[in-house]
Design a protein around this ligand. Structure first.
Ligand code: G3P
Length: 219
């Protein structure tokens, strides 16, 4: 399973997001690897109507209907057909654990799957306690790297993270700088079950080629 995080890259916004999703869908069909686009809320509905892939969004807020100007409601994200949501990404962290707890609970109550990020293993232990659908280990300092991946720089932490996530029976996703089939192969051998990738796919000159290469790491 590969989550492709479109972030707010121009290549992953608006019509570009719709077109990128078509490429991801073709690679998913050819490789038989589950690919999940994680898109901006503003683009989600247009993308959902043009793909058969499961679509996630990058954040929701810990609120219900009411006076919350500019926030994103989990119920409305679910209503338009979104399947799941990232929470606590290092680029959009909750300012306290209670808000993360509430966001996860409200998302799950709205029938959204959740993936909660942790930047280190102490945080991973805490977020596992919230029983999300997936947890992710993503060291913030390697996010966006085009040269050094989490698999290259932190293999021993991936093993420890897998041990922690296994203890809670939650699948472990890893991310940050993932850019080769070898990154995928190595992380799988260390206990990861899925990946979160952005730069290598979204900013690629040829996203199809890059994503195909990553899927080969599963073979
Ligand atoms: O959510 C995944 C993302 O943060 C990883 O980013 O650019 O290091 O693949 P990147």
């Amino acid at each position: 399973m590969i989550f492709v995080n479109y972030k707010t890259y121009e290549q992953g916004s608006g019509i570009n997001a719709v077109n990128l999703t078509k490429i991801l869908e073709e690679v998913a069909r050819q490789s038989q690897i589950k690919i999940i686009p994680v898109v901006q809320v503003i683009d989600a509905e247009a993308i959902i109507t043009s793909t058969t892939l499961e679509i996630w969004v990058q954040h929701i807020d810990p609120i219900s209907y009411g006076a919350h100007t500019g926030w994103t409601l989990p119920e409305e994200v679910a209503r338009i057909g979104v399947s799941g949501v990232f929470l606590n990404h290092s680029e959009h962290k909750f300012n306290n654990f209670d808000n993360l707890y509430t966001a996860n609970e409200k998302a799950m109550n709205a029938n959204l799957k959740t993936l909660i990020f942790a930047t280190d293993t102490p945080e991973l232990r805490k977020v596992c306690d919230l029983a999300p659908t997936y947890v992710a280990y993503e060291p913030a300092e390697l996010v966006g790297s085009t040269t050094t991946s989490v698999a290259q720089a932190k293999p021993e932490i991936i093993s420890l993270a897998a041990e922690i996530a296994n203890g809670f029976d939650i699948p472990l996703v890893v991310g940050a700088g993932i850019h080769s089939s070898e990154d995928i192969r190595k992380s799988l051998s260390l206990g990861a079950t899925g990946f979160a990738v952005a730069t290598d796919i979204v900013k690629a000159e040829d996203p199809r080629k890059e994503l195909t290469e990553l899927t080969e790491g599963f073979k």
